[in-house]
Design a protein around this ligand. Structure first.
Ligand code: KIV
Length: 272
């Protein structure tokens, strides 16, 4: 249990209570049991097994190639590491867009086979009937609007959303539709902070921002970004709290030198 409260397992009701009490939600991604355990022990409230695993773990350039099988595998690992935090599994590209029934079948697998506590899917108004179908069947859904990384090919890149009055109005409608469809919370990715403040004020469900400013009910970051593990680029919205990639390189270079130089192992690491 963390020093932050006496909650032994975070769920949807707890998230509602915390938001009503003005306590901000702390969310990170994780993709394996070890990192999930460290995040859990650090007192984060929710762990997203994001399809960003395509970039952070699998070496892809986008999230598009990530499969349901990948998400099942990584979510099951995260569940083995996280005891307290709520674990949300991302639904990968084309595992929910075809029909609400397809979404229900695949969300069901993430809950039944991998043990996810909830699923996340990208999209606003258009996805509302799908979210409603899942929620009606008892699947907790985390919505996601703003930049939708699974649409990167159609969008031609990752750009801050909602900068024109029309786009801002659409995002307001998207947030309302996701809420009315029954999602328990909503990720806002890369919106001007004034817009995410308005959306946060206008929705009853918690908003969880990434690149959406300080006025959201919670924040989410990609673990590999904030730990300085992923170095291909540093998103504008990220703050690095560590430089682990550098530390790992230094540690491995020291190991390499000691093996080559014959100073590792010594008798201390040997058996008699
Ligand atoms: O896949 C992911 O990590 C995400 C977050 C960036 C919200 O969707």
């Amino acid at each position: 249990m963390s020093i932050h409260d006496d909650v032994t397992k975070v769920g949807v009701q707890q998230i509602r209570k915390w938001t009503a009490a003005g306590r901000r939600l702390v969310v990170v991604t994780a993709y394996d049991a070890l990192m999930a355990r460290l995040a859990d022990e650090s007192g984060v409230d929710m762990i997203l097994v994001g399809d960003s695993l395509g970039m952070t773990m699998l070496g892809y350039e986008t999230t598009i190639p990530v499969t349901l099988r990948d998400c099942l595998h990584h979510t099951a690992a995260v569940k083995r590491g996280a005891k307290r935090a709520m674990v949300v599994a991302d639904m990968p590209f084309l595992t929910y867009q075809i029909s609400p029934e397809q979404a229900l079948r695949n969300a069901g697998r993430l809950l039944q086979e991998a043990g996810a506590d909830a699923v996340k899917l990208e999209g606003g108004e258009r996805l509302a009937p799908t979210i409603r179908r899942l929620v009606d069947c008892g699947v907790p859904v985390l919505g996601h609007i703003g930049i939708l990384p699974q649409s990167v090919k159609a969008e031609g890149g990752y750009r801050v959303q909602g900068r024109t009055p029309e786009a801002a109005a659409q995002l307001q409608r998207d947030a309302a539709a996701v809420q009315d469809a029954g999602a328990f919370a909503l990720v806002l990715e890369c919106l001007p902070m004034a817009l995410s403040q308005e959306i946060t004020a206008g929705t009853a469900i918690p908003t969880i921002g990434i690149g959406a400013g300080p006025h959201c009910d919670g924040q989410i970051q990609v673990l590999h970004d904030i730990l300085g593990l992923f170095e291909d680029f540093v998103p504008h919205h990220t703050k690095r709290y560590a430089a682990l990639a550098d530390q790992i390189r230094q540690a491995l270079a020291a190991y390499r030198d000691e093996v080559r130089g014959g100073s590792f192992p010594t008798e201390e690491q040997s058996f008699r």
